[in-house]
Design a protein around this ligand. Sequence first.
Ligand SMILES: [Zn+2]
Length: 339
Amino acid sequence: MYYFYMDAPETLQKAIAFFSDPENAFKAAVEFRWPGGNVTCPRCNGKKHSFIKTRRIWFCYDCKKQFTVKVSTIMEDSPIGLDKWMIAIWMIANCKNGVSSYELGKVLGVRQNTAWFMLHRIRTAMGDTSDFRFGGNEPVEVDETFVGGKPKNMHIAKRMRMKKEGDGFRAPKAIVMGSLDRETRRVRTKVIPDVRRDVLQAEILDQIVPGSKVYTDGWKGYKGLEKQNFIHETVSHINEYVRGQVHTQGIENFWSLLKRSLNGTYVSVEPFHMSRYVNEQAFRFNNRGSKDNKLTDTDRWALLMSQVAGKRMTYAELTGKDTDTVCHPEAGTGQEEPF
Ligand SMILES: [Zn+2]
């Protein structure tokens, strides 16, 4: 375990106090970026470098360039200090219903725009990178749901524009497909374009060990799974409790958590951004702790910290807009503040 981890704070309040010391925030970032203190140049992997203590940057002797602890992480090019990043990461890892950019902005003392961009960067690090397949021993629950789009909370100009574009007053919804492994109690999710059979079953083939029991509702898109070498059982909502084991309540429970954070905290999420919000909820769900595996707020923060390295997101990627047409100071100007 990381040496820093032993002294890590246990509550949000303590975390705010602890990381307000830039040296603590810096040390934590370095520990997670280069566990064991094996600092390597993110550009050339060079191990020969010198540390310029006053500026908290390294100079690489191989490629003759400077680097900071933020390079090649979700924090790259961010003018926001590590003290604030630590708190943002803490909050999103641990706030059950998520944290809005408005709330985070207030806590950190930054503009809402800035907080919004920080949160999205962190969400990219919350994606599940495990590649093992679900199923095998225990059944897998599979379901899909429609999320997003709350027109009553949407700005009037936007509603009018949507109306003009022929969407009526309804904000577009996104479709999320999810599976829950009964053995590990983990979920895996994906935003899908539609609920047709080929889409759903391609995902199932990709994610679940052949021969596994798969429980779904009676939607026709799941018909014929037994031909794909699965043991397929469908939930009858009328006779549910009679059949005992065969239900999809695990994944439905996840949907209700997801909807609670989408409706209560985030209010209006465009389908383009949906997969990141779903990642966020799945991260907390999959690391929620249980009787056998107790996880603390510190553990969830540390886990997320260990995932921030190597992931990076630009404003253009985030908004789907070309860099040439975007001028956004919060997105990072290239003039990076190292701490
Ligand atoms: Zn280098």
